[in-house]
Ligand binder design. Structure first.
Ligand SMILES: Nc1ncnc2c1ncn2[C@@H]1O[C@H](COP(=O)(O)OP(=O)(O)OP(=O)(O)O)[C@@H](O)[C@H]1O
Ligand SMILES: [Mg+2]
Length: 424
């Protein structure tokens, strides 16, 4: 022994920065495990709140401050904006001008700090998860999305930054539990994307550094729980805010983008901008008296958009357990409760579920594997809990038994396993 104080080798971590929720895996003791990110919870909502009085708040605390009516800006679904030009546009938050890229860096910085506290050392290296496609059908924008994420990580002081596809990470986590070689279909349906992989897993292959031969197919689409929320909101909630109004002799409709934006987590804040408010007020004058437009303006003036979509999401989640529920909008200033049932929700989200079904068929074709050749279907991601999604997966694969992993943690753990392999 040299007598010097021990210098700990810099550490590494895996970060699953999700559209709705994030997790981080680090080495603790001799094992990769998820770090506590908020209290005891290893899952933190990917949310940032800028109040007018305090610095940025993260996760459930961010949502709670907003829900309790504190003045400020709530930011959610930042991942959905990666790769788009407006990611770098500055907007006023508190007393400063910040771009969404700065907000993302703050959130990742918070995750890094939690990772280092759990690991007991600095994390210099990171494997970040990425969906198979951030942005569908546009390779340049998709590359930009990954570059945006990488530069945020580098700003925070990560020296080694690399990526792994989220469903492959989930396969690595699933592989820890297998006893024999299996061909597995990973179905990861999260808040923003649905990703699918066909992978050969085996207990003795887990340590191999090059697994490319075992990845038989890898495919992703931009459909997730936030899209389901939008589809449900458009069908059930937006008619109460004017989406079905026709006015004037020409039977005009109000611009659909107003209602799409108000139903889309990542776009709500844009509606509060001065120009968009002025446009909607001008429309009110044209349309004449309408309780729906009054309601629309009230929601926007009070910055209640996230509360609205949250009520929709809450009903969607409740319908995973129950046959009926209500979208309760009475927190928005008047008694408005909308009855919903499971069949109605399934009909509303059908366009998304149909695309998920098509992508699964294509993934199997890419892999050259028939449904019967799949030993295990492994589900992960919060939206894979939806009954309509599970029914479609079951039907396509011709089986009822779907293996469910840690719905919110499998990808994060797999990224930790990959980080250990690359940097350990
Ligand atoms: N019980 C449930 N039933 C239906 N949907 C659910 C349930 N629980 C969570 N969700 C939905 O799951 C989504 C979040 O899942 P998850 O945390 O896996 O996404 P993410 O990893 O953040 O997103 P992505 O991987 O697409 O970036 C949300 O849209 C949420 O509404
Ligand atoms: Mg995810």
């Amino acid at each position: 022994m040299t007598g010097r104080p021990d210098v700990l080798r810099a550490g590494y971590c895996g970060i699953d920065f999700g559209t709705s929720n994030s997790t981080v895996a680090v080495m603790r003791g001799n094992e990769i495990s998820l770090a506590p990110l908020e209290g005891d919870s290893s899952v933190i909502p990917s949310a940032v709140f800028f109040s007018f009085t305090e610095g940025p708040l993260f996760g459930r605390r961010a949502i709670q401050h907003y829900t309790e009516g504190e003045q400020g800006r709530l930011m959610r679904s930042l991942k959905s904006i990666l790769g788009y030009g407006l990611f770098h546009e500055k907007t006023r938050l508190q007393k400063q001008y910040l771009a969404l890229s700065d907000v993302l860096a703050m959130f990742l910085g918070h995750l890094k700090q939690k990772a280092e506290a759990a690991a007991g050392r600095e994390c210099e290296s990171v494997v970040l998860g990425r969906p198979v496609q951030f942005i569908e059908g546009d390779e340049v924008a998709d590359r930009q999305a990954q570059d945006d994420l990488e530069s945020a990580a580098r700003t925070l002081g990560f020296k080694h930054v690399s990526f792994q596809f989220e469903p492959i990470a989930a396969a690595l986590e699933y592989e820890r539990s297998v006893r024999k070689e299996e061909t597995v279909l990973i179905v990861d349906i999260g808040g923003g994307t649905a990703d699918f992989s066909v992978v050969r897993v085996a207990p003795d292959r887990a340590r191999d550094s090059d697994r490319s031969k075992d990845i038989l197919a890898n495919r992703g689409i931009r459909v997730g729980g936030t899209d389901f929320d939008r589809m449900i909101s458009m069908r059930y909630a937006m008619p109460h805010f004017g989406s079905e109004i026709v006015y004037g002799e020409k039977k005009l409709e109000l611009p659909r983008t107003i209602f799409v934006d108000l139903s889309t987590w990542s776009r709500i804040n844009f509606l509060y901008a001065r120009e968009s408010m002025a446009m909607i007020r001008a429309l009110r004058r044209e349309v004449g008296p309408s309780p729906q437009i009054e309601r629309l303006l009230r929601v926007l003036e009070r910055h209640d958009g996230h509360r609205l979509v949250e009520s929709v999401e809450r009903a969607k989640i409740a319908l995973t357990e129950h046959a009926r529920d209500v979208i309760d909008l009475s927190g928005l200033g008047e008694a408005l409760r909308i009855d919903v049932d499971r069949a109605g929700i399934a009909a509303a989200v059908e366009p998304g579920v149909a695309r998920i079904g098509e992508a699964i068929v294509q993934t199997l074709a890419d892999a050259g594997v028939k449904p019967k050749g799949i030993d295990t279907v492994f589900l992960t991601g919060g939206s894979s809990l939806m009954p309509a999604v599970q029914a479609r997966v079951s039907k396509l694969l011709g089986r009822k038994d779907l293996a469910a992993g840690d719905m919110f943690g499998a990808v994060g753990k797999g990224l930790g396993i990959e980080a250990q392999r690359r940097y350990g």
